[in-house]
Design a protein around this ligand. Structure first.
Ligand code: ATP
Ligand code: MG
Length: 243
């Protein structure tokens, strides 16, 4: 039992959940290392939503509101961490939820779909094809989902796939705590925040947004600004430690 008074309580509980989900096959073993990298960057960022990330979350909401065919791509880590939050975002945005895995097996797709469905998501089913310009199963996606989407939210996505989606002229919103990752560098809009903070924030913003404001917000998105903001936050925190 982890005592609630432990200063790292939230992180320890989350690790326990990730370990349970890895044992049941929802999270890939490799996903545990990806989680660790995320934790490290969250430590550096201060485990809060920075003003830059909050701004990116507002623009992400605007992209959902103005999209014709938005899709939320969900992997094992994201489902383990925040299936409920995905269901809420789907309810508010009307986006399609698609399970899309780097370590793709039918068994894991079924398990992740079950978690999402239990949380209240409607998960896309139907034909898949290799529509993303990547080799092997990593290029597979749903024809009525990612393949034809205009806006795609990719939490915790691999850099290659984020770049491939951008090359297909899609608007890619990444959620990734690492300002140096290729995902963050290549996404149209990098949300540099922890996924369990970022997704509810996008949903909250979406609830209060009108179309006219949204149309203004999505004009001339400068993804690099959010990378710079996150790096300046980390730099400032590191220097503060030395003072
Ligand atoms: P690149 O994008 O450079 O290819 P990568 O492919 O090695 O990086 P992955 O391991 O595929 O990165 O993806 C994991 C990414 O997700 C890491 O950058 C990590 O910081 C981020 N991440 C992990 N857990 C979380 C979380 N809970 N919230 C937000 N980001 C997270
Ligand atoms: Mg990668």
């Amino acid at each position: 039992m982890i005592p609630t008074s432990h200063p790292r309580y939230k992180s320890l509980i989350t690790r326990e959940r990730m370990a349970t989900c890895a044992r049941s096959g929802v999270v890939a073993m490799e996903g545990l290392t990806a989680h660790g990298r995320g934790e490290a960057f969250d430590y550096l960022i201060g485990e809060v939503t920075t003003p830059g990330a909050a701004e990116a979350e507002r623009i992400a909401a605007a992209l959902f509101l103005t999209a014709k065919h938005p899709v939320i791509s969900v992997n094992g880590n994201t489902a383990a961490l925040c299936a409920d939050a995905i269901a809420e975002l789907q309810a508010v945005s009307g986006a399609i939820v698609e399970v899309n895995l780097f370590h793709r097996t039918e068994e894991r797709i079924l398990k992740i779909t079950a978690i999402l469905t239990k949380a209240g998501c409607t998960v896309i089913d139907g034909p898949v094809a290799r529509c993303i310009p990547l080799e092997h199963d990593r290029g597979l996606c749903h024809i009525d989902g990612i393949a034809t989407a205009d806006v795609i939210l990719v939490p915790l996505e691999d850099g290659d796939r984020a770049a491939a989606l951008v090359s297909m002229n899609k608007t890619v919103i990444a959620i990734d705590l690492n300002p140096l990752s290729r995902t963050t560098q290549t996404a149209t809009l990098p949300v540099i925040d922890e996924v369990t903070r970022a997704i509810p924030a996008i949903t909250r913003e979406l609830k209060g947004l009108d179309r006219k404001t949204a149309e203004t917000l999505v004009r001339d998105i400068d993804g690099k600004k959010y990378v710079r903001d996150a790096i300046m936050t980390i730099k400032g925190r590191l220097i503060d430690v030395l003072d």
